[in-house]
Ligand binder design. Structure first.
Ligand code: SAM
Length: 248
């Protein structure tokens, strides 16, 4: 980590225009110039990722799909667990970030990890069903996030686990038991993140609660590098796909 590499990331986050005719092209326009510095900056910005990984109790021999997995930085959180998994897919649309993921996999000699260039709204593992699907700060960057969640739901075996960590804002009137953010929080963070095509939503959490049986849910706030006075709201959710669902 150096101030110079931070400056490069900050330039991409705040000044460089994002161009492209498609979602994939816009992502690559955003990430290609900052891919090498991604991990060190996001380690300080994207909180709760290790907590999410530690909150997921996957079965031995599991197939795990990490949607929008980027550089594969989260693979480091597996530790010894990784060798007990059958397969981990790191699914992403940005070739520059996937290149870093491929280097990481090669360096560690991980045989059961496959970075895949694909859309989270459409990717399906060749095994047919997955045991775990994770979204780590990717749901807010997927325009058709509802399609991505439906795709995750479809690929999960009954009883399979979904894990999500991401920025969000609460609904003005959230369901009982959930935090309510004030007007400033609900207004500021969407505007702040929208310029980078990140869309913190009041609707991600309610849909997760509706489709999955919640096992773990935390609502937190984290520091943002170079913004000393504010804390960005984020959540960590782990849920289980019900074993049988009427209408499925
Ligand atoms: C903020 S980054 C998070 C990366 C990684 N999960 C992490 O925790 O560091 C969001 C990621 O979502 C990816 N992404 C956005 N839309 C996508 C889509 N439709 N399909 C696959 N990946 C997508 C981006 O390319 C990017 O790598």
């Amino acid at each position: 980590m150096s101030f110079l590499s931070d400056l490069k990331v900050l330039y991409h986050l705040t000044m460089k225009p994002v161009r492209g005719q498609s979602h994939a092209a816009r992502l690559e326009s955003f990430y290609s110039g900052q891919a090498a510095a991604y991990d060190s900056f996001r380690r300080r910005l994207l909180k709760g990722r290790e907590q999410l990984w530690n909150s997921i109790d996957e079965p031995a021999g599991a197939v795990w799909v990490d949607m929008g997995g980027g550089t594969g930085g989260n693979l480091e959180f597996f530790g010894d667990r990784l060798s007990r998994l059958k397969k981990v897919y790191v699914v992403d649309l940005s070739p520059s970030l996937l290149e870093i993921a491929r280097h990481r996999v090669q360096e560690h000699g991980w045989q059961n990890v496959q970075p895949v260039e694909a859309d989270a709204t459409a990717f399906q593992p060749s095994e047919g069903l997955a045991d775990v699907v994770t979204f780590s700060y990717s749901l807010t960057m997927i325009p058709d996030w509802f399609a991505a969640l439906e795709n995750a739901y479809a690929m999960l075996r009954p009883g399979g686990l979904i894990g999500v960590v991401d920025f969000y804002v609460s609904r003005k009137y959230p369901q009982d038991g959930l935090n309510r953010h004030g007007w400033l929080t609900r207004s500021f963070w969407p505007i702040w993140f929208n310029s980078d095509n990140v869309f913190p939503s009041p609707d991600h959490v309610p849909l997760l609660f509706r489709r999955f049986d919640p096992l773990h849910f935390d609502e937190l706030r984290g520091k943002v590098p170079y913004l000393p006075l504010v804390r960005a709201p984020y959540y960590v959710f782990v849920g289980r796909k019900p074993n049988s669902t009427v209408g499925d």
